[in-house]
Design a protein around this ligand. Structure first.
Ligand SMILES: [Zn+2]
Length: 133
């Protein structure tokens, strides 16, 4: 991937994970360029920036190649949050250091990506205290 393309994606994401919103400055590992629809699901690898998003290593790992998962409340199969099509604020909100899922897509994505794992809650609490979040 060309450096200019990566830079465009990074700037569009405001240098933070487009799933859990952790800023690059708060984590050691570099943000990954995520294929919103994993390569194995399409015939042609689409490197168009409209199919790419920034993701932290944790969100990228837990998302894997998944396109959908189960809403923990309703039990229905729902698509994962798509940062290129969906507004974050429609599906998620912050309640202190915790991320809350507002919709089936938000709840299901939150659970699959383990956005409220204890270490992330502790990190976000610290970032809030420091005025970074
Ligand atoms: Zn993340």
């Amino acid at each position: 991937m060309q450096a200019a393309v990566r830079e465009f994606i990074r700037n569009r994401a405001k240098d933070r994970c487009e799933y859990c919103r952790i800023p690059q400055v708060a984590i050691d590992a570099s943000l990954h360029v995520d294929h919103v629809i994993a390569r194995q699901h399409v015939d042609q690898i689409d490197e168009d920036t409209e199919h790419l998003a920034m993701a932290c290593d944790r969100c990228n790992f837990y998302k894997g190649t998944n396109l959908s998962t189960v809403d923990p409340e309703g039990g229905e199969i729902v698509p994962l949050f798509n940062p290129r099509q969906d507004r974050w604020e429609t599906h998620f909100t912050f309640e202190g250091a915790a991320i809350i899922g507002l919709t089936p897509i938000g709840r299901a994505t939150l659970r699959l990506l383990q956005m409220n794992a204890l270490n992330r809650l502790e990190l976000r609490s610290w970032l809030i205290e420091e005025g970074i979040l």
